[in-house]
Design a protein around this ligand. Structure first.
Ligand code: CTP
Length: 222
């Protein structure tokens, strides 16, 4: 039994008290990963952005809104986790400063966006023996180019596994997936339902957990 930290859903980056930047992530993949991990007997810390779907019973849910909140929640949960799966569609940019008052209609509004931290990359710096997995949304039509780009992400974020998906998977029930590990060629998983993808990724994470030794320090657990 492992303790798995899963990030899920979009983040929202406030522009003013009533407006935000976000994306159309439904959170389905992350929620199915949480469900599958629980089904396999693992404990799940689910750092969950704003989604319209209910999280599975049994997960420890840490609700967050912004990338900064998601990062803080992940840093807090990471030391006691054995594995991390980054399934959240984190906003890569946020407005430089959210206005404290609602912006009135009228003159044009020029937005300045600043980059958000990469949560998986941050956690990768304190990875230890943990197993880390993430997603790469690649738009290249040439598979070799998509794989090369995903391998760069794997290295940069110190991931053990990267699921390569194409934009058609967004919001849908199924997608076309490749699974890339630290060693060996990418495995073409073909067209899968998201629940099937969740099972394939958990299988890969479990295999890596079996191989990873020594175990993370669990002395701080109660
Ligand atoms: N991710 C993250 N924090 C971010 C952005 C992404 O943890 N600020 C994680 C996602 O949860 C996902 C993976 O990184 O597992 C997705 O990376 P992706 O958005 O495909 O690539 P980027 O690293 O943003 O690179 P690029 O936009 O250049 O493709």
């Amino acid at each position: 039994v492992a303790r798995i930290l899963i990030t899920c859903g979009p983040t929202r980056e406030p522009l003013d008290p009533v407006r935000y930047l976000s994306n159309s992530s439904s959170g389905r993949t992350g929620l199915l990963l949480a469900e599958e991990a629980l089904r396999r007997g693992h404990r799940v810390d689910l750092v969950l952005g704003p989604v319209g779907l209910a999280p599975p019973a049994g997960a420890r849910v840490i609700p967050v809104v912004t990338c900064a909140e998601m990062l803080a929640a992940c840093r807090e949960a990471h030391p006691r986790s054995d594995a991390v799966i980054g399934a959240a569609a984190v906003c890569d940019f946020r407005p430089r400063a959210a206005s404290t008052e609602k912006r009135r209609r009228g003159a044009p509004w020029l937005l300045e966006l600043v980059p958000n931290p990469d949560i998986l990359e941050d956690l990768g710096k304190r990875k230890g023996p943990r197993v880390h997995a993430g997603f790469a949304l690649e738009t290249e039509s040439e598979p070799d180019a998509a794989i090369a780009h995903a391998r760069e992400k794997l290295e940069k974020k110190r991931l053990d596994w990267v699921v390569i998906n194409s934009p058609e998977a967004l919001g849908g029930e199924e997608g076309f997936y490749l699974l890339l590990g630290r060693e060996g060629p990418a495995r073409n998983l073909g067209r899968l339902r998201k629940s099937e993808l969740a099972s394939a990724l958990l299988e890969a994470v479990e295999n890596s957990l079996k191989r990873s030794a020594p175990e993370p320090d669990k002395s701080d657990r109660v």
